[in-house]
Ligand binder design. Sequence first.
Ligand SMILES: Nc1nc2c([nH]c(=O)n2[C@@H]2O[C@H](COP(=O)(O)OP(=O)(O)OP(=O)(O)O)[C@@H](O)[C@H]2O)c(=O)[nH]1
Length: 329
Amino acid sequence: MSDEEQGCWSAGSVWRGQPLLSARLKLRPLRADDAPRLAELLDDWEVVKHTAAIPHPYTLADGETFVAAMEVKRQIRKGMALAMERSLDGVVIGVIGFGLETDGTPELGWWVGREYWGQGYATEAARRLVRHLFDDLGYPSAWAAAHPDNSASRAVMDKLGMVLAKHQRIGQPARGQSVVMPVYTLDAEDWGRAHAARPTLLVAAAALIDVDGRVLMATRPPGKMMSGLWEFPGGKVHAGETPEAALVRELDEELGIDVRQSCLAPLAFASHDYDTFHLLMPLYAVRQWHGDPVAREGQGLKWVRPTRMGDIPMPPADIPLVALLRDWL
Ligand SMILES: Nc1nc2c([nH]c(=O)n2[C@@H]2O[C@H](COP(=O)(O)OP(=O)(O)OP(=O)(O)O)[C@@H](O)[C@H]2O)c(=O)[nH]1
């Protein structure tokens, strides 16, 4: 039996092509078939004007050349470009990556297609990549430079906890010029201290199981983090509440069903490190309740066979629970 079948997992690494999951994104190495999408998103002066090496106008051939060059870099472990693929719909919205050219310290870089600005995607991707670079790959620091007019990138660096180290003249070969830019650095120890201060969130969730062995899944409502992804009904455990009492309350509030605490059978738990909190989520199996579940909070609802759960986009914390449910039901 493989490690994975026995419940073990290895950290893996982007060097080996392993994707990184964040709340809403899958970060995975660029592929040849991403080139048309890169050409679509990057043929936009507003997106590329502050970058150093992205040509303008940008053609399909530019996309193909870039993807091929980054694949060589990944193989010789000199750098990496990861597509930011939205888990909800598989749409590529931008690219994040790092290079090791200067002194072996990762230099971070990213861009996001204009349609997707202002939604926190760059910060989410950068947080996830930095965690991988420090926690899994063991780099002691990382750095990034931002064009002086690029306030959006500087805001991302601030949120990551990067600090201004110096100003340096940096070439922008695609613009035929060089610019004095602020250079920001992030120290792994400082980042580790800040990351360790994130809260642990206790959330109770239910796998409601019908007579056909299907499980009720609900979409996260619009406006909430990870909206549109399919999750198990449930919610945060309030101060002074037990997880069971919280779940009875949540199932009433969200679905209008009446469940007795004695009908909640502990089944499994998710323990997942989101970048801004650690989620601990007991999952209870529920086979008996009163009332028909109705979407009281604008969420979508559907009954899903455990064998089909892998086909619907879910929060990353829930993915390990799918295999457990499949084996158990
Ligand atoms: N209920 C539920 N929450 C989940 C699942 N997976 C998962 O990562 N979570 C996370 O656990 C937290 C649940 O909190 P919640 O549903 O009570 O709260 P919320 O974010 O909707 O906001 P709220 O404070 O307005 O209720 C969210 O951050 C949610 O993304 C799941 O399968 N079910």
